[in-house]
Design a protein around this ligand. Structure first.
Ligand code: SAH
Ligand code: SF4
Ligand code: F3S
Length: 474
């Protein structure tokens, strides 16, 4: 079961969402349809892809039936993510049957994992493009127009698309994702990301700040800085003047972005327990506009399991980092990711995950059954030996515990006044606004004159449902 949480990193409600942008200055008369799966990085990459093709005159469409080019930006993290894409391709095959000139391309992590095998397995696919090769898309499309199939899955040590400012016109104009790094060097044994996204590299700090400033000038009021492990962000500029070298770490970058404007909220994801420093925590504590919310995936509460997951921290280390968060940032929300039924996990070891949940009392969690991924260290070294029904029982226990804990955390807000960034009308009624507080909890309250989306409101929280706070502006 994948849980919907407000930071949208694996937001179920956005899976398969199509990106539609305002037409650029050029128009080549061709229409692009692009939809995305997986994490926020993929959603952010689709914006880069749309920017690159808008430059070449492509217009986006929200209806794949009248597209000239269909792109599907894919995820490989669990088997079900891939199954979903395969099923979606069947629907595209039908559209292509009616319009044989249509170009169908697979982008993202599945493209990188399967490479040219994709062309053999799925006959309708014309182009396969990995996450570091998007600048090559116009050439690849030309190749397909010339009657060939095209593949580019080269990974890069440098590509960060730093100079491409993404177009984001179907967003709400208030929250934006800003990618600060790509790839991952951690090699957690269960994970495909190091294989599909390549080596870790950090983006030019000044291009990040410039993008955030530009977003602020356009009316955006919240940025989420994205990376698989933001705490290992490290960028150095060799300045020509006297050859001075400046090194920017994640704490420095957070501060630079916080200083763009006090009215710009700053979020970030994902923090790694082995790398999150006190310096980062002090920076969060120092600036009111850096949200008191940390996504700190634990994966398991047992040290032996963490060891074979190759997470490089143990139970005690993780608890110490949680203590440090509580000490340095009183009142900080913490969310997590948990995997149940990893190879060889015993009942006692699973119970340690439950006791970790009691210890931290997470505000939110994304919870998954272990899904073996071909090519990963775990697939090579350990048997996927926990039967599916046991994985499911353990998952249900984790989910039930999280439900209680989320509710407990939400209830702490009742009676308090929270500063909420208004994002728009609530899903249920245009008489209510919705927005999130500093801790990323959704708050719903009656529309009041003088307040508009993109503004902050002080909301007295009067009650809560299982996932939402309800109140009124004071
Ligand atoms: N970089 C992040 C996680 C990115 S993947 C981190 O290090 O925490 C998001 C989550 O998917 C992971 O935290 C993990 O809980 C889950 N996940 C990754 N591979 C998985 C697999 N093979 N089976 C089940 N869940 C998996
Ligand atoms: Fe995967 Fe681990 Fe990297 Fe996260 S830190 S992306 S779980 S390898
Ligand atoms: Fe993200 Fe899925 Fe790739 S979680 S990095 S899109 S495998």
């Amino acid at each position: 079961m994948e849980f919907l949480t407000p930071d949208k990193t694996h937001d179920e409600s956005r899976q398969g969402e199509a990106l539609v942008i305002e037409p650029g200055e050029k128009n080549n008369g061709r229409k692009l349809y692009i939809e995305s799966y997986g994490c926020a990085m993929n959603f952010s990459d689709s914006e880069i892809v749309a920017s690159i093709l808008a430059e070449k005159g492509f217009e986006t469409t929200g209806d794949f039936n009248n597209a000239d080019v269909i792109f599907i930006n894919t995820c490989s993290i669990r088997e079900n993510a891939e199954t979903r894409v395969r099923n979606r391709l069947k629907e595209f095959a039908y559209a292509k049957g009616k319009n044989p000139g249509m170009v169908v391309g697979v982008l993202g992590c599945m493209a990188e994992r399967l490479k040219s095998k994709f062309l053999e397995e799925e006959k309708l696919v014309d182009v396969v493009v990995g996450p570091d090769a998007y600048r090559d898309l116009p050439n690849l499309i030309d190749k397909v127009d010339g009657g060939q199939k095209a593949v580019n899955v080269l990974l890069s040590r440098e590509e960060t698309y730093a100079d491409i400012s993404p177009v984001r016109l179907n967003s709400n104009g208030i929250n934006a994702f800003v990618s600060i790094m790509r790839g991952c060097d951690n090699m957690c044994s269960f994970c495909v990301v190091p294989f599909t996204r390549g080596r870790e590299r950090s983006r030019d700090a000044y291009s990040v700040v410039a993008e955030c400033q530009d977003l602020f000038n356009k009316g955006y009021r919240e940025v989420t800085l994205l990376g698989q492990n933001v705490d290992s962000y490290k960028w150095s500029a060799t300045q020509l003047a006297e050859g001075a070298t400046e090194v920017v770490n994640f704490a420095n970058l957070l501060e630079m972005v916080a200083l763009v404007n006090p009215e710009l909220r700053v979020r970030f994801s994902t923090s790694h327990p082995k790398d999150i420093t006190d310096e980062v925590l002090h920076t969060i504590a120092k600036y009111d506009n850096i949200c008191n919310y940390i996504h700190l995936p634990v994966q398991s509460g047992n040290s032996r399991v963490l060891e074979i997951m190759n997470r490089t921290y143990d139970r005690e280390w993780y608890m110490e980092r949680v203590d440090a968060i509580r000490r340095i940032i009183p009142d900080c929300a913490i969310s997590t990711d948990i995997i149940t039924g990893f190879c060889t996990e015993t009942e006692d070891e699973h119970n340690e995950t439950l006791s970790m949940m009691d210890y931290v009392q997470y505000d939110y969690a994304y919870m998954f059954m272990y899904s073996e991924r071909p090519g990963t260290l775990a697939a090579k070294r350990y048997a996927d030996d926990i039967p599916e029904p046991i994985k499911a029982v353990r998952l249900n226990q984790v989910v039930a515990k999280q439900r209680e804990s989320s509710h407990y955390r939400l209830q702490q807000h009742v009676g308090r006044v929270d500063r909420v960034l208004i994002e728009g009308f609530s899903k249920k009624s245009d008489k209510d606004y919705c927005g999130r507080n500093d801790k990323n909890a959704m708050v719903v309250f009656p529309v009041q004159e003088g307040y508009k989306p993109g503004q902050y409101a002080n909301v007295l929280v009067e009650k809560c449902t299982s996932a939402t706070l309800i109140g009124r502006i004071v």
